[in-house]
Ligand binder design. Structure first.
Ligand code: SAH
Ligand code: SF4
Ligand code: F3S
Length: 465
């Protein structure tokens, strides 16, 4: 007798060579780079089972949203989108709507109560998507939100979306073992696990062979990457993040390597030395500080204080001159006073970040902060503090970019710039976006650019012959 699983899987078998597809899949992605990379994994899994990708929701048989829960407004946006999906379902019978990712994991069955939603799948359930979709066709609904201790999708080659053929993401780990009191990620993504190092290096090699010239290694806290195991026929070895970065940098000198996100208490001198030793490891570190106040950092359960953070910044700048530094900041966390807020401003003033992602604190249900501390900074105060933070950062960005006027930067060409006909864009090693009039250059070329003018977010220059 066949099991339920076999029955669903039989439904997936192509009926005839003329009917080789299961239908078209459209996917929208919200949230972080890791979520974008997950959508590429999802498409790879579905394509193997006969689904085809479409960029047009209007012609899709399956509409998927890979969602984010990091702040309340991220979830509200997705709720609005579900209403749009309902409209598609009304117009065309048989369309299935699936919610994937962090919001699926956080809300589980609650999402299925919405008549529009047929499928709910958490971040560790993507291998089961073909089966769950088949189940939806038979039973109406399908859900799997089990988190895993070891799923890393290591063997799945992501289908590259939004493809300029130059940069690609490689997820090197999943989940997070920190418990920052404001953050929902440990609940939506589960425990931290590192992906087999050999599979990461192999993916980087394949990307280089396929013409890619930049890879970004992704994890919530890349510095805690750790792989223990045998490697390509050799004895068991322990690979930490610095070792991994070195291996990926050794794939080819013309393959640039970036990484994100670093956690201030875990970023090691060994890592900085590896960066300094390899020209193709980009001179950029995204080092989220969150707050400049020790009292708030402690309440946030970040494992460093202001002095530690500033020491790391000094060491980074000593070991890697010209290193780009970017950060994340939260305004108005529980109990934050004006003095705490001024500490954040003064830290930002002192460091001088190139750019920053800046947010108002948003209470997330189930987190430590939601259970322990009242969300007591009034909304108008949060907004005012955030505006002050943004204004300061604008000024700093302007200074940081302007300081590079007259310098020569090596830029990896990504494609046409929005600036107009003939202009190309690409990033300098320090992550700053650079725009220049192209001279027959192609995406993937390295060009030396002399910077002639700047804005707070762009370097403008011309090719050095
Ligand atoms: N793992 C990374 C951050 C991932 S989330 C790190 O630890 O640095 C990305 C950013 O979203 C965080 O750095 C933080 O600034 C912001 N964020 C997370 N939870 C938030 C919340 N509840 N309210 C507002 N911003 C939040
Ligand atoms: Fe969230 Fe902290 Fe983990 Fe970053 S390190 S994902 S902020 S819990
Ligand atoms: Fe959002 Fe989940 Fe990433 S909550 S930021 S999509 S890990």
């Amino acid at each position: 007798m066949s099991s339920r699983y076999d029955r669903y899987m039989n439904l997936l078998k192509p009926l005839s060579p003329d009917d080789a597809t299961q239908g078209k899949v459209y996917i929208e992605t919200y949230g972080c780079q890791m979520n974008f990379n997950d959508s590429e994994v999802v498409l790879s899994i579905l394509q193997k089972e006969g689904y085809r990708y479409t960029g047009r929701m209007e012609e899709a048989d399956v509409i998927l949203a890979n969602t984010c829960s990091i702040r309340d407004n991220a979830e509200q946006r997705i709720r609005g989108r579900i209403e749009q999906f309902a409209f598609q379902k009304k117009k065309r019978r048989g369309v299935l709507v699936g919610i994937l990712g962090c919001m699926a994991e956080r809300l589980k069955e609650e999402l299925l109560e919405n008549a529009t939603v047929d499928l709910v799948a958490g971040p560790d359930s993507y291998r089961r998507l073909p089966e769950l979709l088949a189940q939806c066709r038979v039973e109406g609904k399908g859900i799997d939100t089990l988190l895993s201790r070891d799923e890393t999708y290591a063997d799945i080659t992501p289908v590259r979306l939004d493809n300029n053929g130059v940069n690609a993401f490689i997820s090197i780990m999943r989940g997070c073992n920190n418990v920052c009191s404001y953050c929902v990620v440990p609940y939506t993504r589960g425990a931290e696990r590192s992906r087999d190092q050999a599979s990461i290096v192999r993916e980087a090699c394949q990307l280089y062979e396929n013409g890619y010239r930049e890879v970004t290694l992704l994890g919530q806290n890349v510095d805690s990457y750790r792989w223990v195991g045998p490697s390509q026929g050799e004895a068991s070895e322990v690979v930490d993040f610095a070792d991994l970065l070195e291996k990926v940098a050794s794939v080819h000198p013309r393959l640039r390597v970036r990484f994100s996100t670093s956690y201030p208490s875990d970023i090691s001198d060994k890592l900085l030395d590896v960066m300094a030793a390899h020209d193709n490891i980009c001179r950029h570190i995204h080092l989220p500080v969150q707050s400049g106040s020790d009292r708030i950092l402690e309440k946030m359960r970040r494992k460093y204080d202001r002095a530690w953070y500033l020491e790391r910044v000094r060491t980074i700048r000593e070991k890697i001159p010209g290193c780009g530094l970017t950060t994340d900041v939260i305004a108005g966390f529980c109990s934050e006073t004006e003095a705490d807020h001024r500490d954040t401003l003064s830290l930002m003033e002192e460091v001088g970040f190139d750019s920053a992602f800046m947010f108002q604190y948003s209470q997330r249900p189930g987190t430590l902060a939601a259970r322990r501390y009242p969300d007591d900074v009034p909304p108008e105060v949060k907004t005012r503090r955030l505006n002050e933070i943004i204004a300061l950062q604008m000024r700093k960005s302007e200074e940081r970019y302007a300081a590079l006027a007259g310098s020569i930067q090596t830029v990896l060409v990504e494609g046409p710039a929005k600036r107009g006909e003939g202009f190309l864009c690409g990033r300098a090693s320090n992550y700053m976006m650079c725009v220049f009039p192209g001279k027959g250059h192609q995406p993937g070329d390295y060009v030396r650019i002399k910077i002639t003018s700047t804005t707070p977010a762009t370097l403008i220059g011309e090719v050095v012959e």
